[in-house]
Design a protein around this ligand. Structure first.
Ligand code: GLN
Length: 258
């Protein structure tokens, strides 16, 4: 079977984008090389097993094992939330503020805090994550940055809160519990712990307001569609920033601003 025939077979069950990404991965060739070698005979066994995984609903990012965020590669896999492009807004905010110290709460893969650590090498970044499943990815990603420290801890029962920080960032779980079952198939493969924000989705913002807002100059959080106003209330004030779809996606609050 040639590469072209293997690709055509894959495209019967997958989108051309997914088929191309998996072919690049399985054959260790970039898309130009795949095209130039289209008539080369290949053993498609490994490729077809990845295609079957994807067709069964496994997220593309988990099969590939890395995903790009803020132009940087992050190790991902089952047990850790897949970085989303809208979350890059939190990194933009951090780079504008040039904080001396940062805490990334519910760090997951570490995509937010580590992108900040990458661009601000003199900033000390603390990444806090509770999930045993997420930690190996976080530790692997953080190993690239001497200015990043990983803490295996519950964000709300932790001695880090005895200090004061320039900036706290978080993309906490914010899906209301009753909506979890109706999320799209790929998201069902992601850890519920990274998604479940309690009955109204706002549990983490309540705890952030109580435990962390008094400990920082600036608090910047991501939130779900329709939640931003409620979060501004919980924080006692704040600014709402919209994402590229016009959704209020980030709330920026300053300690004691009201
Ligand atoms: N900070 C990580 C991200 O934004 C993980 C967030 C989470 O697990 N809720 O991808």
């Amino acid at each position: 079977m040639t590469l072209r025939q293997a690709m055509n077979q894959a495209k019967k069950t997958l989108t051309p984008f997914d088929a191309l990404c998996l072919a690049e991965h399985a054959f260790a060739l970039d898309k130009t090389a795949l095209r130039l070698q289209a008539d080369t005979p290949v053993d498609p066994t490994h490729f077809f097993s990845l295609v079957a995984q994807r067709a069964a609903g496994e997220p593309l990012q988990y099969i590939l094992g890395t995903w790009e965020f803020y132009g940087l590669p992050f190790a991902v896999g089952p047990g850790v939330l897949i970085p989303r492009p809208e979350t890059e807004m939190l990194v933009d905010i951090a780079l504008q503020h040039k904080p001396a110290t940062v805490v990334d709460l519910c760090a997951g893969s570490g995509c937010i805090g580590l992108s900040i650590a990458h661009h601000l090498p003199n900033t000390q970044v603390h990444l806090v994550e509770l999930s045993e499943q997420a930690l190996p990815y976080l530790r692997k990603n953080a190993a690239r940055y001497p200015n990043a420290t990983v803490h295996h801890a519950d964000a709300f029962h932790y001695s880090l809160t005895t200090n004061h920080y320039s900036l706290i960032v978080s993309n906490p779980p914010y899906i209301p519990t009753h909506e979890l079952a109706s999320l799209q198939q790929e998201v069902q493969h992601e850890p519920a712990m990274a998604l479940d924000g309690g009955a109204d989705g706002l549990d983490f913002y309540r705890s952030l307001a109580q435990h962390w807002l008094p400990k920082c100059d600036v608090l910047a959080v991501e939130c779900g569609d329709g939640q931003a106003q409620d979060i501004v209330q919980l924080f006692g004030g704040g600014q709402i920033l919209t994402d590229f779809n016009g959704i209020g996606r980030v709330v920026l609050a300053k300690h004691a601003q009201v």
